[in-house]
Design a protein around this ligand. Structure first.
Ligand code: ACO
Length: 324
């Protein structure tokens, strides 16, 4: 049975950077009080990239995908599977993956979206791994892409300071060499209400609430508990110990969640990739963007053992353990 090996990665962030100070000043014009000190201390976030009006997830996804394909030395025509993880699709349908496929110039590959919010990328990666291991695909493109700024209530300081926009992508190839060793996905739908966008379009009108709502403390507790258990479980299944992990690439929601998790798993800080300070929480894009940043600056190298983890709305979570 072939392995799915990650042979390339890419990322794309919209050019407009909004610092905490700039965001605080903008919110102050509407009598909403926040500060760089509050945001940095509670979340570790210092800035975020925000897409200009009209920019869509598929546009960000295509740019990240082009970088990943160039890095992998794979042409768009060679792809037989394209999966986009997003909670901010361009349209209800067609899927963002089909829009990306057309823009890249691929015809014929299976293309579909995965909706698992901030766990979306690990869900999509696990799905692609299953296609490759079963022989149903040979070259897969897996993307996480979000324009989360479009579903934020900019009058809610408890949520709007936390998120940013962006896209990250990886290319997987069927290989006899070890690649993805093990993966595990989980969900608990009974916790849907702690993080949700409970709106829809019906008869041409938005029904319900079209903005992200969150119980921050409940999310915090669930995230650390679920991710610690998932990391241990995926390592046990793969027959490796947590100490053998070279790099952990966790979902980038909040540096306090990441630090708490690192301590719980007894992973030293220098093994944990952090981009949340620069990108904020880009939901499904956060793990591939962090992974790509650490590959490009030379931290993640050939042969390294990498644990990627996602957690988010649903409530969903999951882990992918990969040999580079
Ligand atoms: N600026 C200033 N004050 C604020 C802000 C802000 N941006 N947001 C909230 N506050 C205030 C609140 O109004 C409250 O004021 P009060 O005491 O007068 O009522 C006070 O700060 C404390 O609010 P809490 O919500 O209790 O703050 P908490 O310490 O829990 O921090 C946070 C909030 C950062 C969201 C925290 O709960 C957290 O880290 N949760 C994890 C959730 C997360 O990271 N979600 C990201 C998306 S989910 C995901 O990706 C998995």
């Amino acid at each position: 049975m072939p392995y799915a090996k990650i042979i390339g990665s890419g990322g794309y962030l919209p050019p407009r950077v909004v610092s905490n100070d700039e965001l605080a000043a903008e919110l102050a014009t509407r009598q909403i009080e926040t500060s760089d000190a509050w945001i940095t201390e509670r979340t570790g976030i210092r800035q975020r990239h925000i897409a200009d009006p009209g920019v869509t997830s598929s546009q960000l996804a295509v740019k990240a995908a082009q970088h990943a394909l160039a890095d992998a030395g794979v042409s768009a025509e060679e792809l037989d599977l394209i999966i986009v993880a997003t909670s901010t699709p361009d349209f209800i349908f067609p899927s963002t993956a089909c829009l990306v496929q057309a823009e890249l110039g691929n015809k014929g590959a299976a293309a579909f979206d995965v909706q698992a919010v901030c766990s979306g990328f690990v869900y999509a990666l696990t799905t692609a791994d299953s296609f490759i291991r079963s022989g149903r695909a040979k070259h897969a493109l897996v993307i996480g892409a979000e324009v989360f700024s479009s579903i934020l209530d900019w009058n809610d300081r408890g949520t709007c300071v936390l998120f940013g926009d962006g896209a990250g992508a990886v290319v997987l190839k069927a290989s006899e060499e070890p690649g993805i060793l093990e993966a595990e996905l989980n969900a608990d739908g009974s916790l849907a209400n702690i993080l949700h966008v409970a709106g829809n379009v019906v008869d041409g009108k938005v029904t319900g609430d079209p903005f992200l709502r969150m119980d921050g403390q409940a999310v915090f507790k669930q995230a650390v508990t679920a991710l610690a258990a998932s990391a241990q479980s995926v390592c046990d299944k793969a027959g490796v110990s947590l100490e053998e992990i070279d790099w952990m690439v966790p979902h980038q929601a909040n540096v306090r969640i990441i630090n708490f998790l690192g301590r719980k798993l007894k992973l030293s800080d220098d093994k944990v990739v952090i981009t949340v300070d620069q990108h904020a929480n880009t939901s499904a894009a956060s793990v591939p963007l962090a992974f790509d940043a650490a590959r490009r600056d030379g931290r993640i190298k050939q042969g390294d053992l990498v644990l990627m983890q996602g957690v988010g709305g649903g409530f969903t979570w999951g882990s992918v353990l990969a040999r580079m």
